[in-house]
Design a protein around this ligand. Sequence first.
Ligand code: HEC
Length: 115
Amino acid sequence: MKKTLLLLTLLISTLTAHENRLLFFGNCIACHGEFGKKVAPHLSEVKGYYMMAYPKKEDFVEQMATWVFRPNEKTAKLPEAIEKYKLMPYLSIDLDTLKQIATYIYEHDDFGGLE
Ligand code: HEC
């Protein structure tokens, strides 16, 4: 019984990690990746600024998710990116999903393209 529980826990955490990755790639890479015309800063650049401002995981996740939930010129960490590309559009993704995505970004450096 204990073994089954352990296996289940492992399976669930693997699936969650996988889900976060899919959510991230499905929703963010079209603009923040490297292919095609550049329409947004690369995610590694965005992450760099957030890491400097919020080195702790929970702050990073909270701040990035809330910003993406309501993109706002006044609270942007990369105001020069707004000048260059215009403000990021509202994506109609709920806050919890955005927190999963921000967790993926915090934990990984694999954003596709030039890494
Ligand atoms: C339709 C294109 C598009 C999509 C899709 C998109 N972004 Fe953006 N994003 C932008 C652009 C353009 C900027 C630069 C201008 C700005 O900061 O508003 C940006 C900037 C950002 C910033 C910097 C905010 C700041 O503080 O300056 C973060 C963080 C971010 N995006 C996260 C995400 C995440 C996470 C996803 C996926 C859930 C995502 N973006 C999907 C276009 C997009």
